[in-house]
Structures are given as C-alpha cells and as structure tokens.
Design a protein around this ligand. Sequence first.
Ligand SMILES: Cc1ncc(COP(=O)(O)O)c(C=O)c1O
Length: 396
Amino acid sequence: MSDPLLPWRSQFPILEKCTYLVSHSLGAMPRGAAEKMQDYLESWATRGVRAWAEGWWDMPLTTGDRVGRLIGAPPGSVAMHQNVSICQALILSCFDLSSRRNKIVYEALNFPSVMYVYEAHRALGVRVEMVPSPDEISVPLDRFLSAIDEETLLVPLSHVIFRSGAIQDVAAVTRRAHEVGALVVADLYQSAGTVPVDVGAWDVDFATGGSVKWLCGGPGAAYLYVAPRLQNRLRPRLTGWMAHERPFAFEPGPVAYADGIARFLNGTPAVPALYAAEAGYEVVGSVGVEAIRHKSMRQVQLLLDRAQENGLVPRTAARAQDRGGMVILDVPHGEAVTRELLRREILVDFRPGAGIRLSPHFYTSDDEVEQAAREIRQILDSGAYRAHEQAGGTGF
Ligand SMILES: Cc1ncc(COP(=O)(O)O)c(C=O)c1O
C-alpha cells in the first residue's frame, strides 16, 4: 500500500539504523535540528551578547507562538518553559490554596510528575482527589465529571494517558468544570503532534506539554498556554525578571507584572533547547496533524491486529477513536522482552503496571510495525528474554 508520509523518513537519520517505535518517549531527531543548533552557535559566536536583543530574549514567546499554531492557541497565549512540572507549579502558584476552593481533581492514571507537584502542595492546603480507573486503561467519564464540584480549583488532566494511550474527553471535563467555577489544565504531552488538539475550541483555561515526544523537538522546550481571558487576572508567585513590566529597570522590591502571557515567564530561558525544537515544529506542521492522525489510526490498528494474531494481549481502549498514537502490549516477562527488543535494535519501552509501549509515527513503515509484533512472539517462543530476566529496569 502506498504511504504518502513515508518520504519524510529521509529527514530522520536514526531511522536508517533501527526500528524506531518509541516516539511516545522521545521522537526521532529531524535533520533540521542540527542546522538550528548551528544557527544558535553561530549567533552566540558572532553576535555575542547582542544575540539577546536580536531574538534570544523574545524566544520563549516567539517559539510559544509557533507551538500555539499546532495546538489551536492564538498568538500571545503560549510561553515556553523547561518542563511540564514547572508549568504546573507555575499555574498552581497563581491561586490561594488556603481558601475553600482548593480541591484538585485528576485521573488516577495522570503522569506521576504532575501528581508530585499537586501532592507536594497539600502542605499549603491543597486537597487532591484522584478519580480511580477500574480497568487501568481509562477513567469513566461520569465519575470524572461528578468528582468536579464547587470546591474544585483545578482539573489538571492528560488529554492522552501516558500509561494506556487512552484519549480523555477534555471538552466535556471543561464544560463541567466551568459550570461549577473550576479551571482546567490540559496536559497535551501525549497528544500534540499525533492527535489533533484545539485548546481554543475546548475552551480550556490552561494547557501544558513538551516537545520531546510526538513533536520531535528534543528536551527543554515545554509550553504553557494560558487562555487570553485569564492572563491579566493572574499573578504567579513562581516568577522572575522576565515577567516584569520593565525587566531592564532592575527595580528592587516586588514584581510589577507585565501584561499578557509575558507575566508567566520567570528567569533566563533555555535558548538552545528552543532553537533545537523549531525543526520538529516545522516538520510536524508541514506533514499536518490531521494526516499524522489518519496514518496513526491505521498503523495502531495494524499493530493491534498483528499483536492479536500473535497471541499478544493489548491494554488499549476498545474503540479506535479513543486511542492515541501508542499501543501497550501486556506481554509476560514484558521488561525482559523489552531488553531483548532493544538488543535487536527495535526501540520501544516498558512501564510497570502497563506493559510494552510501542508507537508508530508518521515516519514509520508498515513493515516495522509488523516486524515488532513478530519479534515479540519469537522472543517469547524462543526464550530469548530469559537472558535479561536478572537485569535491572529498562529505565527510559
Ligand atoms: C502526560 C505527560 N505529562 C508530562 C510528562 C513529562 O513531564 P516533565 O516535562 O515535567 O518531565 C510526560 C512524559 O513522559 C507525560 O507523558
């Protein structure tokens, strides 16, 4: 079958060397990233301190606008930060946690780093309510909605759950949250770049995510969206001189917040990471998320079919429209099997309590998808996993 996206493979050097099915963890590096890094080095080497005024200083917001185009956010509503944990802590720092409205509601399958941020704020009054997942794949929507009440401050949910790839109904959660005066933080890390997202249409209050995975942008380029209607009403306590109206006046004393999204910055930005990430945004923007989703749904189904033919048990949402870009296979000896796959240059990962995670992306061929299912079966049947059973965790 002809695959119109396969020509993009040549833009990703690692695909010549291995079977890359791990974009839910780290997207492959586009060739363009090396050029962008060269641009960064060139500006540092030749422009020196002048590079700040010639673009570096503005990059957290100019790069933010680029990300905004991929997530349905208008210009002036996205600021770049180092990671999602910082973005979540920054959002929380906008609120009075000792008031009655201090409940945080999220799914039990939320990304643990996000949980750690909210849990750590119990010391300041936060109450956390986790909505349980009976099947460890998704959270029943009606239970999620009924947990959100008049005492709920924030609902920081993942659009796609990292442990199962299940899609959550962010728009429905947002409607419920707004009915009772709560605010929603959508974590788009496992969706943006593979599942269409539209923060404007959903009407979420905040969104976060990073560029490491489906956006193929590398580490250090996370984003924070704040709905324009909220921006000037909030005063983040996690702040710094870039959030000041007059940063170069170096005024002592409290921060005088800048207008708009700039008030959600803090200190000096990670400029090299922002350069590197641009290449990923360009490629994903050119391929188009609709086209990526179309191919992803086809290859996810192909992988599920081949898995089933090979007697491998998926832990994935039943309906195609409820699945993101990854497939989880609950394989016996899953961690050891993963080690053997890695030895065979088939890059996937393993998560305890979930299984082997595999992800086709727009640069994946059908042969690679079929090969992965076949090799897992062969590793199990031949006992090749046994050599790895005593080894430590697969980590990343
Ligand atoms: C849903 C989700 N949120 C957040 C993160 C990462 O958070 P951070 O950027 O703080 O490392 C991941 C990474 O695996 C993730 O899958």
